[in-house]
Design a protein around this ligand. Sequence first.
Ligand code: IPT
Length: 972
Amino acid sequence: MEVIYSPGEHEDPRPGREGLPPRAWVDRTDAQQLSLNGDWRFRLSPTAAVPGGDEFAKVDFDDGAKQWSDLPVPSHWVLHGHGNPAYVNIPYPFPVDPPFVPTENPTGDYRYAFDLPKDWSLGDGKTVLRFDGVDSWCKVWVNGTLLGTSSGSRVPVEFDASAALLAGSNVLAVRVHQWSAGSYLEDQDQWWMPGIFRDVTLLHRPEGSVVDHFVHVEYDHKTGGATLKVDAKPSGRVVIPELGIDAPTGELLHLAHVEPWTAETPRLYTGHLVTAGERVPLHVGFRTVAVEDGVIKVNGKRILFRGVNRHEFHPDTGRAVTRETMLQDVLLMKRHNMNAVRTSHYPPHPHFLDLCDEYGLWVIDENDYETHGFEQLDWAGNPSSTPLWKDALLDRVGRMVERDKNHPSIIIWSLGNEAGPGENIGHMASWIRQRDSSRLIHYEGDKTCKYVDMYSRMYVTHAEVDALGRREEDPLDDPELDKKRRAMPFILCEYIHAMGNGPGGQAEYQRLFEKYPRCQGGFVWEWIDHCFIKPTTDGRKYWAYGGDFGEEIHDGNFIVDGLLFPDRTPSPGLIEYKKVIEPVAITRADSRRVSIHNNRDFASLDDLAFTYRLERDGRGVAGGPLAVPSVAAGHTVTVPLPDVALSHSGERIWTITAVLAADTKWAKAGHEIAWGQFPAAETSPPVVATSSSAPVFDSATGVVTLGPAQFSTTTGQLTRLGRLPVTSLQLDIWRATTDNDRGQEYFEGICWADVWREANLDKVKHRVKRVGIQGNAFVVETRAAAGSWNRGLVTTYTWTAEGGGVRLTVKVVPDGDWGDMILPRLGVRVGLPASLSRASWYGYGPGEAYPDTRSGVKLGQYGLSIDDLQTPYVFPQENGSRIDVRWADFAGSEGGLRVEGVPHFAFTARRWTTEQLQAARHTTDLVPGDNVWLNIDHAVNGIGTASCGEGVLPEYKLRVSETEFSVLLRPT
Ligand code: IPT
């Protein structure tokens, strides 16, 4: 056959061609730069073979033709009307046929005409063209001259453009294929989004400019001294005036005293590297990273990661994120007490790392490498274990390390994520070790820890973390490897899966990290929900996830699993995490003293100011500053509580708060860091009022009247309370399942949502057995039972009049075989008029809380509209429960309702039913109806994190048992 076309270049598993050797990335030097970001010309073709071949790269090619349009660079073309983003988690969206990819391969041709500034000296040195990120493969021409090709979406490439550039006007042309051999190495759990999505820059490299430089530091915590050596090619001088340094490169400099860099104290010394041709800024942070005594130490101290996995994401621009967005992420992390970030699962835009250096975050910088789709093939042909891919893997890990090697914030290199085992993992690790021995190596997929410096796992149960803490985990077959691994530090590179409502069980993990030195914390999965805005047919906006773009293969809302909603508003999960990882533990020492423990690794609490507040039944009675002496890291002080005269009644609660004493780079003075709340005195039990009137039965109407309440004798249900018509008050055990309910518990292998559905718990019918009057009480006996099954809950509602309202006592007796069933909730629900618009309550708030997600809420008095009680999870599900409520008022234009607990209850109030919430797929499916549906819960099942991880811990499971609870309902 005479071959006239055979695709290929982009299916070559080897690294791209003609890229310059990778080097340290520098934002700005005194050498000239020209940003080529802007509106480029763009044409999309359906296959890699574009008719006309490379013609489009020629200078005089007509890009005004109708197939061409403008496209901003950086961006993903699928977010600009050319095709769609597609979300798949683990499987490849194309046949696994490595290194080949489908012929159907969206291909973007880009052209950009630009003028070289007049003072750009082409004759002096070189000019290089840098792409910081092109997804997934590109071929680059300048003025029709081919410069080279590149693979590796999230690592930079530089080409020498000197010979191709002209003074005056130039034309840059780039061909980008969505799919390439490299796509096999980039199977991360995220949207597939091609394009030139990071900056494009032209860099003048004058004669004698820095080809590369490597800042080596060591900090000696025993002496407070440090060493510094800056290797540079060509050699030059290192100038750091603040340290009195003006010395040649390559020389080991001993410094008698420096302030070390830590995530808590991100001290940077700025200076310059000066060579014959360039002045490069230096930001030096002194720190030493080591594994000692089986734990990771920085500057001689064990550190504890309070971390998060960060994908780059913005709902408008995908992974093309601006510096403002990066800064917003860093500020949000710092403001929520985080100290670490894993750059899952690729090196981020370098500006993000600059911000981590500056603001203080420990970084695990991760290679752009994941081959998760091979798992379902038992890893057959997996690049980690196939020699064919060795060079590509060394190429990309090298481009990460070289680019990022001068960041003090990076203390760990990660070889990638979910890429199975194999010797190429070892090759990458060895390469890093010879190049940079100053940092540790991480890879979770190295189960035996043959190549890495720490034992890392994801989504491990609390029980297993406990065993790991004791170094009593199950042994490996190989005793040598087992011994080595058992001696290693342990981290959770991913845990507590922030999908939907939750994650639950955070505090219990933190206690384990605090208990066992080996357990050095973890990184929440993940930072932000990756969703795009889409309109409904009638123009309302919703957050779109997998499948909303017509993808053939997709993983639905598994991409909606962040601590931040897509618009970066914090979710309740983040509020919880902030509290759980707070660096100060404030607890009751005894009735007169508070204990303040500094949970930081390095810094004292001198930057914090403490305040106290005393409340009685949620109303402040006293408050002011609390003097706290200096507390060094790891230490505790006990401080007397202010001498405030306590009243003799009501619930008296101390709240002690630690806030920033002065403005910092990342938050203003007064920003809350930590708090503790505890009772000031025993609360006396509430006085139980006796019932005041008896029920009256009107046989003509069939209505029973009891105080302000009216009941139907046919249904036994409450129909009116004062002015309020009410409906359907009955026992309720169902909740709209959460992502975590729908998950598979790692430990027990149970999916509770499936169990509940099988048990028809969402289809409970109520059979009225008897309705009657017993003394002063109106009594309704029912049997609530789920369709198809013979077990039930015999429920007795006893109503008595009390203090202008009615008291409802519900007794639930299980009937039949419930086995080990747990219930979503146990309480009553009632339909109230839609005119109710506001809730105020005394209980925990202001946000939602469940039994295992309640660290972040405080006891107090709160008020919110019914609409604002909802947590707008992207995928609608149970939400918004307020826990341990003493009383709640629901008010509106046509009368209201007060609910008082005996002593506590939880509530949700919504403008739609649980059934509607269950059926909804997007928030726009939730349309207010004719009622406000109030659930008054005696108990609620926990949340857990089974969407990926452990289920609800036993102590938070709502088991079926005989139960009695009461509430008071009063019209207002
Ligand atoms: C783990 C992945 O590393 C991460 O990218 C993400 O997909 C997460 O799960 C779930 O959201 S892998 C999983 C099989 C434990």
